[in-house]
Design a protein around this ligand. Sequence first.
Ligand SMILES: [Fe+2]
Length: 299
Amino acid sequence: MDIKGIEKYLYDVSNWVTSVLSILERDGLRSEDEKHLHTELIVFLNKLEDVVTNRPITVEEVSECQRTANEIFSFSQIVFDLGSERIKTHKRVPIGGHTLPPLPYPYNALEPYISEEIMRLHHDIHHKSYVDGLNKAEKMMEKSRATSNYDLLKHWEREAAFHGSGHYLNTIFWNVMKPNGGGLPSGGLASQIQKDFGSFNQFKEHFTEAAKKVEGVGWSLLVWSPRAQRLEILQTEKHQLMTQWDTIPLLVLDVWEHAYYLQYKTAKDKYINNWWNIVNWEEVENRFEVAYKLKWDSY
Ligand SMILES: [Fe+2]
């Protein structure tokens, strides 16, 4: 590594340490392991600062930093993988207040499978633009509600669907990858895959083909259907096609022509206005009560 490469490496490691520290500090240190990791990270961050400021940087110092970084990275994986002990951040995200989640590993951690350069651009530029686009759409729709001016609503709903789904799917994407991953699933998921797809290999082949056959840009997704009580494989084009993944429908209104045309003909507005008289709020409340129990980390 030349001096520029070393500087960049130390800078990346410092950034990673800082982002892990911010995750740990966000909700307090809840276990001995978290406290221990926190202390190790602070000591290491100070060490990194010393190395960078006290020039020249020696080869020994860099090797020591690499060794410590690897040890702390392995330990942080254990702390973050402790199931129920895993750090949870369940907060209400205010309107227009979504933030870019930190990567759960350094930018170069997925090499050689995904390059550091791709991870930097994908996370820092692309994902950040989804967060910014979603925030803007939400603020504009908030403004619509305040002024009762819905002239541009279709545009902002499209923006919220595109950027919101991009943000939520990428957030899942970062967390379903890790260095030294791969292998086979185990436990309940393994038996459910066996049950619903016949075998892991059949699941894998179907998922792979779904990804390869996405028309244009999009995603391949393994999903759980609470209705069918089955796993299913879906494709999506772009991120959304007017939905926002990682959300659960509570109240829905069918505005296909088949739902009103025979009675209302072209008076779709009248159908929609009248529909409010027949909403079963008890069912919506029941769905909300169940859905509300599901909480992911918020960003
Ligand atoms: Fe992406």
